[in-house]
Design a protein around this ligand. Structure first.
Ligand SMILES: [Ca+2]
Ligand SMILES: [Ca+2]
Length: 450
Protein backbone atom coordinates (compact mmCIF):
# COMPACT_ATOMS: atom_id res chain seq x y z
CA UNK A 1 0.00 0.00 0.00
CA UNK A 2 1.52 3.28 -1.02
CA UNK A 3 0.63 6.80 -1.96
CA UNK A 4 0.96 7.64 -5.62
CA UNK A 5 2.35 11.11 -6.13
CA UNK A 6 2.16 13.16 -9.30
CA UNK A 7 5.10 15.49 -8.98
CA UNK A 8 4.26 18.98 -10.17
CA UNK A 9 4.18 22.59 -9.11
CA UNK A 10 0.68 21.99 -7.92
CA UNK A 11 -0.78 19.38 -5.69
CA UNK A 12 1.13 16.37 -4.50
CA UNK A 13 -0.47 13.60 -2.45
CA UNK A 14 1.66 11.52 -0.08
CA UNK A 15 1.61 9.33 3.05
CA UNK A 16 -1.57 7.60 1.97
CA UNK A 17 -2.96 4.95 4.32
CA UNK A 18 -6.23 3.17 4.81
CA UNK A 19 -7.52 3.68 8.33
CA UNK A 20 -10.51 2.63 10.38
CA UNK A 21 -12.31 -0.65 10.94
CA UNK A 22 -13.95 -1.55 8.64
CA UNK A 23 -11.43 -0.23 6.12
CA UNK A 24 -13.56 2.66 4.86
CA UNK A 25 -11.40 5.72 5.41
CA UNK A 26 -8.33 6.88 3.51
CA UNK A 27 -5.93 9.35 5.04
CA UNK A 28 -3.37 11.28 3.01
CA UNK A 29 -1.43 14.51 3.01
CA UNK A 30 -1.90 16.96 0.16
CA UNK A 31 0.00 20.18 -0.36
CA UNK A 32 0.99 22.61 -3.07
CA UNK A 33 2.58 25.97 -3.58
CA UNK A 34 1.05 29.36 -4.43
CA UNK A 35 -2.46 28.50 -3.32
CA UNK A 36 -4.92 31.33 -2.83
CA UNK A 37 -8.40 32.37 -1.89
CA UNK A 38 -9.46 35.97 -2.32
CA UNK A 39 -12.59 37.90 -3.24
CA UNK A 40 -12.24 36.94 -6.88
CA UNK A 41 -11.78 33.15 -6.70
CA UNK A 42 -9.51 30.39 -5.42
CA UNK A 43 -7.48 27.41 -6.54
CA UNK A 44 -7.72 23.85 -5.31
CA UNK A 45 -6.74 20.22 -5.82
CA UNK A 46 -8.93 17.62 -7.52
CA UNK A 47 -8.26 14.27 -5.88
CA UNK A 48 -9.49 10.83 -6.87
CA UNK A 49 -8.63 7.48 -5.31
CA UNK A 50 -8.10 4.39 -7.43
CA UNK A 51 -7.36 0.73 -6.80
CA UNK A 52 -4.51 -0.99 -8.65
CA UNK A 53 -6.97 -2.42 -11.20
CA UNK A 54 -6.81 -0.03 -14.18
CA UNK A 55 -10.12 -1.37 -15.51
CA UNK A 56 -12.04 -0.02 -12.51
CA UNK A 57 -13.03 3.59 -11.96
CA UNK A 58 -12.28 5.75 -8.92
CA UNK A 59 -13.24 4.42 -5.50
CA UNK A 60 -16.69 5.84 -4.76
CA UNK A 61 -16.75 8.22 -1.83
CA UNK A 62 -19.35 8.71 0.87
CA UNK A 63 -21.48 11.87 0.63
CA UNK A 64 -20.36 13.09 4.05
CA UNK A 65 -17.80 12.32 6.73
CA UNK A 66 -14.64 13.80 5.17
CA UNK A 67 -12.14 15.69 7.30
CA UNK A 68 -9.48 18.27 6.59
CA UNK A 69 -6.91 19.39 9.15
CA UNK A 70 -3.95 21.71 9.01
CA UNK A 71 -2.72 25.12 10.12
CA UNK A 72 -4.96 26.91 7.65
CA UNK A 73 -8.66 26.27 7.32
CA UNK A 74 -9.36 23.98 4.38
CA UNK A 75 -12.54 22.67 2.83
CA UNK A 76 -13.46 19.44 1.06
CA UNK A 77 -16.22 19.37 -1.56
CA UNK A 78 -17.33 15.96 -2.83
CA UNK A 79 -18.41 15.80 -6.46
CA UNK A 80 -22.04 14.91 -7.16
CA UNK A 81 -20.97 11.60 -8.75
CA UNK A 82 -18.75 10.94 -5.71
CA UNK A 83 -15.76 10.20 -7.93
CA UNK A 84 -13.52 12.66 -6.13
CA UNK A 85 -13.12 15.78 -4.03
CA UNK A 86 -11.90 19.32 -4.41
CA UNK A 87 -9.69 20.47 -1.56
CA UNK A 88 -9.28 24.23 -1.22
CA UNK A 89 -8.61 27.04 1.21
CA UNK A 90 -11.64 27.99 3.31
CA UNK A 91 -10.17 31.32 4.36
CA UNK A 92 -8.43 34.20 2.60
CA UNK A 93 -4.77 33.38 2.10
CA UNK A 94 -1.96 33.39 -0.45
CA UNK A 95 0.90 30.94 -0.16
CA UNK A 96 1.83 27.30 0.30
CA UNK A 97 -0.75 24.98 1.81
CA UNK A 98 -0.72 21.49 3.30
CA UNK A 99 -3.51 19.49 4.85
CA UNK A 100 -3.97 16.00 6.19
CA UNK A 101 -7.28 14.83 4.84
CA UNK A 102 -9.46 11.85 5.61
CA UNK A 103 -11.81 10.67 2.89
CA UNK A 104 -14.76 8.42 3.74
CA UNK A 105 -15.35 5.66 1.18
CA UNK A 106 -18.77 4.36 0.12
CA UNK A 107 -17.48 0.80 0.58
CA UNK A 108 -14.48 -1.11 1.86
CA UNK A 109 -11.06 -0.11 0.54
CA UNK A 110 -9.25 -2.54 -1.77
CA UNK A 111 -5.77 -3.79 -0.83
CA UNK A 112 -3.99 -1.16 -2.88
CA UNK A 113 -5.15 2.46 -3.02
CA UNK A 114 -3.52 5.29 -4.90
CA UNK A 115 -4.34 9.00 -4.92
CA UNK A 116 -4.35 11.03 -8.14
CA UNK A 117 -4.39 14.78 -8.02
CA UNK A 118 -4.21 17.77 -10.33
CA UNK A 119 -4.09 21.49 -9.61
CA UNK A 120 -7.15 23.47 -10.63
CA UNK A 121 -8.65 26.94 -10.51
CA UNK A 122 -12.25 27.72 -9.56
CA UNK A 123 -14.19 29.77 -12.11
CA UNK A 124 -17.19 31.34 -10.37
CA UNK A 125 -20.74 31.19 -11.74
CA UNK A 126 -22.02 34.28 -13.47
CA UNK A 127 -22.55 36.17 -16.68
CA UNK A 128 -19.66 37.12 -18.94
CA UNK A 129 -18.84 38.77 -22.26
CA UNK A 130 -18.07 36.39 -25.11
CA UNK A 131 -16.26 37.28 -28.31
CA UNK A 132 -14.89 40.52 -29.65
CA UNK A 133 -15.38 43.13 -32.37
CA UNK A 134 -11.71 44.07 -32.70
CA UNK A 135 -10.98 43.92 -36.45
CA UNK A 136 -7.92 41.70 -35.91
CA UNK A 137 -10.07 38.96 -34.41
CA UNK A 138 -13.31 39.46 -36.35
CA UNK A 139 -11.61 38.27 -39.51
CA UNK A 140 -10.36 35.24 -37.59
CA UNK A 141 -13.77 33.89 -36.70
CA UNK A 142 -14.33 35.70 -33.38
CA UNK A 143 -17.79 35.39 -31.87
CA UNK A 144 -19.79 38.64 -31.94
CA UNK A 145 -23.31 39.98 -32.31
CA UNK A 146 -24.97 42.01 -35.03
CA UNK A 147 -27.54 44.80 -34.79
CA UNK A 148 -30.80 45.25 -36.74
CA UNK A 149 -28.92 46.60 -39.73
CA UNK A 150 -26.55 43.61 -39.77
CA UNK A 151 -23.59 45.67 -38.56
CA UNK A 152 -21.07 44.31 -36.02
CA UNK A 153 -22.32 45.35 -32.57
CA UNK A 154 -19.72 44.07 -30.10
CA UNK A 155 -19.27 41.00 -27.89
CA UNK A 156 -22.22 38.98 -26.56
CA UNK A 157 -23.34 39.01 -22.96
CA UNK A 158 -23.88 35.39 -21.89
CA UNK A 159 -26.14 35.42 -18.86
CA UNK A 160 -27.35 31.82 -18.57
CA UNK A 161 -27.21 28.36 -20.13
CA UNK A 162 -30.22 28.80 -22.44
CA UNK A 163 -30.05 27.53 -26.01
CA UNK A 164 -28.54 30.06 -28.41
CA UNK A 165 -29.28 30.77 -32.04
CA UNK A 166 -26.42 31.14 -34.48
CA UNK A 167 -27.50 33.82 -36.94
CA UNK A 168 -26.59 37.20 -38.35
CA UNK A 169 -29.37 38.87 -36.39
CA UNK A 170 -29.87 40.68 -33.06
CA UNK A 171 -29.63 38.47 -29.96
CA UNK A 172 -27.87 35.66 -31.79
CA UNK A 173 -24.26 34.54 -31.98
CA UNK A 174 -22.40 35.08 -35.24
CA UNK A 175 -18.89 34.58 -36.61
CA UNK A 176 -17.12 34.90 -39.93
CA UNK A 177 -16.23 31.59 -41.55
CA UNK A 178 -14.23 32.23 -44.66
CA UNK A 179 -12.08 29.10 -44.55
CA UNK A 180 -13.97 25.81 -44.63
CA UNK A 181 -13.13 23.58 -41.70
CA UNK A 182 -11.34 26.25 -39.69
CA UNK A 183 -13.95 28.51 -38.09
CA UNK A 184 -16.94 26.20 -38.06
CA UNK A 185 -20.21 25.65 -39.94
CA UNK A 186 -22.18 28.52 -38.33
CA UNK A 187 -24.88 25.95 -37.61
CA UNK A 188 -27.15 26.01 -34.60
CA UNK A 189 -28.78 26.16 -32.25
CA UNK A 190 -26.28 25.66 -29.45
CA UNK A 191 -28.39 23.55 -27.09
CA UNK A 192 -29.18 24.40 -23.47
CA UNK A 193 -27.17 21.40 -22.28
CA UNK A 194 -23.99 22.63 -23.99
CA UNK A 195 -21.80 24.14 -21.22
CA UNK A 196 -21.64 27.91 -21.75
CA UNK A 197 -19.52 28.99 -18.82
CA UNK A 198 -22.14 30.68 -16.66
CA UNK A 199 -22.18 27.77 -14.20
CA UNK A 200 -19.27 27.46 -11.80
CA UNK A 201 -16.55 25.10 -12.99
CA UNK A 202 -12.95 24.14 -12.29
CA UNK A 203 -10.17 24.31 -14.87
CA UNK A 204 -6.60 23.02 -14.68
CA UNK A 205 -4.23 25.77 -13.54
CA UNK A 206 -1.52 24.60 -15.96
CA UNK A 207 -1.46 22.68 -19.20
CA UNK A 208 -1.19 18.89 -18.79
CA UNK A 209 2.41 18.11 -17.82
CA UNK A 210 4.65 15.34 -19.07
CA UNK A 211 4.95 14.03 -15.50
CA UNK A 212 1.18 13.78 -15.15
CA UNK A 213 0.85 11.94 -18.45
CA UNK A 214 3.76 9.59 -17.64
CA UNK A 215 2.07 8.61 -14.36
CA UNK A 216 -1.11 7.77 -16.28
CA UNK A 217 0.79 5.65 -18.82
CA UNK A 218 2.64 3.85 -16.04
CA UNK A 219 -0.63 2.72 -14.47
CA UNK A 220 -1.95 1.16 -17.70
CA UNK A 221 -1.61 -2.48 -18.78
CA UNK A 222 0.96 -2.86 -21.57
CA UNK A 223 -1.48 -2.97 -24.56
CA UNK A 224 -3.24 0.19 -23.34
CA UNK A 225 0.05 1.91 -22.67
CA UNK A 226 1.20 1.14 -26.21
CA UNK A 227 -1.99 2.69 -27.62
CA UNK A 228 -1.74 5.86 -25.53
CA UNK A 229 2.02 6.38 -25.56
CA UNK A 230 3.62 9.12 -27.65
CA UNK A 231 7.07 7.57 -27.16
CA UNK A 232 8.68 7.15 -30.54
CA UNK A 233 6.46 9.68 -32.33
CA UNK A 234 8.37 10.95 -35.34
CA UNK A 235 8.44 14.53 -36.45
CA UNK A 236 9.75 17.97 -35.79
CA UNK A 237 10.61 18.62 -32.13
CA UNK A 238 10.05 14.98 -31.17
CA UNK A 239 12.91 15.40 -28.68
CA UNK A 240 10.72 17.78 -26.66
CA UNK A 241 8.70 14.75 -25.55
CA UNK A 242 10.82 13.62 -22.58
CA UNK A 243 8.87 10.41 -21.93
CA UNK A 244 10.78 7.11 -21.95
CA UNK A 245 10.02 3.53 -21.04
CA UNK A 246 11.82 2.23 -17.92
CA UNK A 247 10.76 -1.38 -17.59
CA UNK A 248 7.00 -1.33 -17.15
CA UNK A 249 6.94 2.32 -16.16
CA UNK A 250 6.99 5.49 -18.22
CA UNK A 251 9.22 8.21 -16.84
CA UNK A 252 9.37 11.86 -17.81
CA UNK A 253 12.84 13.37 -17.76
CA UNK A 254 11.16 16.80 -17.62
CA UNK A 255 8.02 16.19 -15.56
CA UNK A 256 6.92 19.85 -15.37
CA UNK A 257 7.17 20.45 -19.12
CA UNK A 258 3.79 20.81 -20.88
CA UNK A 259 2.84 17.49 -22.40
CA UNK A 260 2.82 17.84 -26.17
CA UNK A 261 2.40 15.01 -28.70
CA UNK A 262 -0.90 13.92 -27.21
CA UNK A 263 -3.68 12.98 -29.63
CA UNK A 264 -7.35 13.79 -29.01
CA UNK A 265 -7.83 10.13 -28.02
CA UNK A 266 -4.88 10.35 -25.58
CA UNK A 267 -6.35 13.52 -24.11
CA UNK A 268 -9.83 12.05 -23.70
CA UNK A 269 -8.47 8.83 -22.16
CA UNK A 270 -6.53 10.82 -19.56
CA UNK A 271 -9.53 13.06 -18.81
CA UNK A 272 -11.84 10.04 -18.44
CA UNK A 273 -9.26 8.33 -16.15
CA UNK A 274 -9.13 11.45 -13.96
CA UNK A 275 -12.96 11.82 -13.97
CA UNK A 276 -12.69 15.20 -15.70
CA UNK A 277 -13.91 16.47 -19.11
CA UNK A 278 -12.92 18.71 -22.04
CA UNK A 279 -13.83 22.41 -21.98
CA UNK A 280 -15.99 24.25 -24.48
CA UNK A 281 -14.97 27.34 -26.44
CA UNK A 282 -17.21 29.46 -24.21
CA UNK A 283 -15.59 28.09 -21.06
CA UNK A 284 -12.18 28.88 -22.53
CA UNK A 285 -13.18 32.53 -22.98
CA UNK A 286 -14.78 32.81 -19.53
CA UNK A 287 -11.69 31.32 -17.83
CA UNK A 288 -9.44 33.60 -19.85
CA UNK A 289 -11.31 36.91 -19.66
CA UNK A 290 -13.46 36.90 -16.55
CA UNK A 291 -16.87 38.58 -16.41
CA UNK A 292 -16.27 41.44 -18.85
CA UNK A 293 -14.05 42.34 -21.79
CA UNK A 294 -11.48 44.74 -20.34
CA UNK A 295 -10.48 46.18 -23.72
CA UNK A 296 -11.10 45.34 -27.37
CA UNK A 297 -8.58 42.79 -28.61
CA UNK A 298 -7.75 41.61 -25.10
CA UNK A 299 -5.36 38.81 -24.20
CA UNK A 300 -6.11 36.68 -21.11
CA UNK A 301 -3.88 38.96 -18.99
CA UNK A 302 -6.31 41.83 -19.53
CA UNK A 303 -4.52 44.12 -21.99
CA UNK A 304 -4.36 44.25 -25.78
CA UNK A 305 -0.57 44.04 -25.79
CA UNK A 306 2.15 41.44 -25.33
CA UNK A 307 4.84 43.97 -24.47
CA UNK A 308 5.04 43.23 -20.74
CA UNK A 309 4.72 39.48 -21.07
CA UNK A 310 7.65 37.67 -19.41
CA UNK A 311 6.29 34.17 -19.72
CA UNK A 312 8.54 32.39 -22.20
CA UNK A 313 8.70 29.01 -23.83
CA UNK A 314 12.19 27.54 -23.99
CA UNK A 315 13.30 25.65 -27.07
CA UNK A 316 12.70 22.35 -25.22
CA UNK A 317 9.20 23.74 -24.35
CA UNK A 318 9.91 24.20 -20.66
CA UNK A 319 8.18 27.31 -19.35
CA UNK A 320 10.23 29.94 -17.63
CA UNK A 321 8.70 32.17 -15.01
CA UNK A 322 7.16 28.90 -13.92
CA UNK A 323 9.11 28.43 -10.70
CA UNK A 324 7.31 28.53 -7.41
CA UNK A 325 9.10 31.68 -6.37
CA UNK A 326 8.14 33.47 -9.53
CA UNK A 327 4.53 32.40 -9.62
CA UNK A 328 4.30 33.37 -5.97
CA UNK A 329 4.58 37.00 -7.05
CA UNK A 330 1.52 36.76 -9.28
CA UNK A 331 -1.26 39.11 -8.19
CA UNK A 332 -4.57 40.24 -9.67
CA UNK A 333 -3.08 43.61 -10.63
CA UNK A 334 0.12 42.05 -11.99
CA UNK A 335 -1.01 39.35 -14.39
CA UNK A 336 0.50 40.68 -17.59
CA UNK A 337 4.09 39.61 -16.83
CA UNK A 338 2.97 36.09 -16.02
CA UNK A 339 0.55 35.61 -18.88
CA UNK A 340 -2.05 34.70 -16.26
CA UNK A 341 -5.77 34.93 -16.98
CA UNK A 342 -8.30 37.00 -15.03
CA UNK A 343 -8.80 34.00 -12.76
CA UNK A 344 -5.03 33.17 -12.73
CA UNK A 345 -5.20 30.25 -15.11
CA UNK A 346 -1.73 29.93 -16.64
CA UNK A 347 -0.83 29.78 -20.34
CA UNK A 348 -4.36 29.79 -21.77
CA UNK A 349 -2.78 31.91 -24.48
CA UNK A 350 0.57 30.66 -25.71
CA UNK A 351 2.85 27.70 -24.89
CA UNK A 352 0.87 24.87 -26.54
CA UNK A 353 -2.66 24.84 -28.01
CA UNK A 354 -5.83 24.38 -25.97
CA UNK A 355 -8.09 21.79 -27.60
CA UNK A 356 -11.75 22.69 -26.95
CA UNK A 357 -15.26 21.55 -27.85
CA UNK A 358 -16.28 23.70 -30.82
CA UNK A 359 -19.67 25.26 -31.63
CA UNK A 360 -18.74 24.84 -35.30
CA UNK A 361 -19.84 21.25 -35.92
CA UNK A 362 -22.90 19.11 -35.01
CA UNK A 363 -20.63 16.74 -33.04
CA UNK A 364 -19.35 19.64 -30.98
CA UNK A 365 -22.84 21.03 -30.38
CA UNK A 366 -23.95 17.57 -29.17
CA UNK A 367 -21.58 17.87 -26.20
CA UNK A 368 -23.41 17.96 -22.87
CA UNK A 369 -20.43 18.20 -20.54
CA UNK A 370 -20.47 14.67 -19.15
CA UNK A 371 -17.59 13.81 -16.86
CA UNK A 372 -15.28 10.84 -17.18
CA UNK A 373 -15.99 7.92 -14.86
CA UNK A 374 -12.45 6.56 -14.82
CA UNK A 375 -13.31 3.50 -16.92
CA UNK A 376 -11.83 3.18 -20.44
CA UNK A 377 -12.78 0.98 -23.41
CA UNK A 378 -10.81 -2.12 -24.41
CA UNK A 379 -8.91 0.17 -26.79
CA UNK A 380 -8.00 2.53 -23.93
CA UNK A 381 -10.40 5.21 -25.14
CA UNK A 382 -12.80 7.43 -23.21
CA UNK A 383 -16.36 6.11 -23.04
CA UNK A 384 -18.37 9.36 -23.04
CA UNK A 385 -20.74 9.32 -26.04
CA UNK A 386 -21.10 13.12 -26.09
CA UNK A 387 -17.35 13.75 -26.45
CA UNK A 388 -16.23 14.17 -30.09
CA UNK A 389 -14.64 10.98 -31.42
CA UNK A 390 -11.63 10.56 -33.67
CA UNK A 391 -12.33 9.21 -37.17
CA UNK A 392 -10.82 6.00 -38.56
CA UNK A 393 -7.86 7.86 -40.06
CA UNK A 394 -6.84 9.11 -36.63
CA UNK A 395 -6.34 12.56 -38.12
CA UNK A 396 -9.65 14.27 -37.33
CA UNK A 397 -12.14 14.55 -34.50
CA UNK A 398 -15.10 16.52 -35.85
CA UNK A 399 -16.47 18.84 -33.18
CA UNK A 400 -13.21 19.95 -31.60
CA UNK A 401 -11.33 23.19 -32.11
CA UNK A 402 -8.17 24.95 -31.03
CA UNK A 403 -7.82 28.14 -28.98
CA UNK A 404 -5.08 30.26 -27.45
CA UNK A 405 -2.32 29.90 -30.02
CA UNK A 406 1.07 28.24 -29.61
CA UNK A 407 4.78 28.92 -29.76
CA UNK A 408 6.33 27.80 -33.07
CA UNK A 409 9.78 29.43 -32.68
CA UNK A 410 9.53 30.72 -36.23
CA UNK A 411 7.17 32.63 -38.47
CA UNK A 412 4.35 30.31 -39.50
CA UNK A 413 2.65 32.63 -41.95
CA UNK A 414 2.66 36.42 -42.36
CA UNK A 415 0.79 38.11 -39.52
CA UNK A 416 -0.27 34.81 -37.98
CA UNK A 417 -2.46 35.89 -35.03
CA UNK A 418 -1.93 32.61 -33.14
CA UNK A 419 1.87 32.37 -32.93
CA UNK A 420 3.19 32.61 -30.26
CA UNK A 421 0.02 33.76 -28.42
CA UNK A 422 -3.46 34.74 -29.48
CA UNK A 423 -6.12 37.10 -28.21
CA UNK A 424 -8.97 35.67 -26.12
CA UNK A 425 -11.53 35.75 -28.93
CA UNK A 426 -9.30 34.63 -31.83
CA UNK A 427 -10.80 31.57 -33.54
CA UNK A 428 -8.44 31.00 -36.46
CA UNK A 429 -8.69 27.27 -35.68
CA UNK A 430 -11.84 27.36 -33.54
CA UNK A 431 -13.47 24.67 -35.65
CA UNK A 432 -10.40 22.77 -36.76
CA UNK A 433 -10.56 19.03 -36.08
CA UNK A 434 -6.86 18.06 -35.82
CA UNK A 435 -6.70 14.97 -33.59
CA UNK A 436 -3.16 13.67 -34.18
CA UNK A 437 -0.09 13.88 -31.93
CA UNK A 438 1.85 17.04 -32.69
CA UNK A 439 4.56 19.25 -31.21
CA UNK A 440 2.16 22.04 -30.21
CA UNK A 441 -0.90 20.02 -29.11
CA UNK A 442 -1.58 19.40 -25.44
CA UNK A 443 -4.54 19.09 -23.07
CA UNK A 444 -6.35 20.95 -20.30
CA UNK A 445 -9.36 19.52 -18.49
CA UNK A 446 -12.25 21.04 -16.59
CA UNK A 447 -14.99 19.84 -14.24
CA UNK A 448 -18.40 21.33 -13.59
CA UNK A 449 -18.67 22.36 -9.94
CA UNK A 450 -21.41 20.25 -8.37
CA1 LIG B 1 -1.80 27.13 -23.97
CA1 LIG C 1 -15.28 6.20 -18.94
Amino acid sequence: LSGFAIAQRAPEARDLQVIGEPRQRVQLTVGWSNAWRDDRNHDGAWIILRSDDPKLGPLRLAAVGHRCSGELRGEIAVSEDRCGVFVALAESHRGDVEWTIELALAGAAPDAVSAWTVGMVFIPAGAFELGDDHPDVLRHGAFHRRDESGAVAGPLRITDESAMQVAKSPGALWYEADRAGYHGDRGGPIPADWPKGTKAFWIMKHELTQGEYAAFLSALPTPWRTLRSPIGTKGEESSTCSLALDGERVVAASPLRPCNFVSWDDTCAWMDWMALRPMTEFEFEKAARGPARPVAGDYPWGSDSREKLERQVQRARDLTLASAAEEAALADDDRERFGASYYRVMDLSGSVWERVISVGHPRGRAFVGSHGDGVLTDAARATNPDWPATDASGANADGIGFRGGAEYFKATSPNDPTNPQSRVATRTYGGWAGAARYKTYSARAVRTSR
